[in-house]
Design a protein around this ligand. Sequence first.
Ligand code: FES
Length: 134
Amino acid sequence: MSIARRRIVRWLTMGFGACFALLPQGWQRVFAQGKAEKIGTIAELEKAGFLSGKLADKTPVLVFRDPKDKTKLVAFDATCSHAGCASDFKDGTIICPCHGSRFGLDGSVSRGPARQPLKSLTVKVEGEAVLVSV
Ligand code: FES
């Protein structure tokens, strides 16, 4: 490859990288779809009863054992469907601290004002790592 061509390729690569860094979160999420990110380990999940964390695009995540089948895991985007606050796991339920909505461990609304369930995310285990993707 000629030097001029290398420079062009380098500038294009840097340009695309800079453009991606400047994209709003929603667009970063679109490009990051399917990329699994480590939220914790199985040992941490067993100890605490759940995992919480954030994806690279700052999406808050909660992971539990599936209440219907304890051999499986379920993961949710913990962003409350009412007004977007990050929900948390407390006293066996998912609670939004902003206006008190509650969600079941299947993501369904058990108490408003939220009307829509939490969004399910894809979760898998690789070795000890619990990986979540949008
Ligand atoms: S933002 Fe969660 S209840 Fe309002």
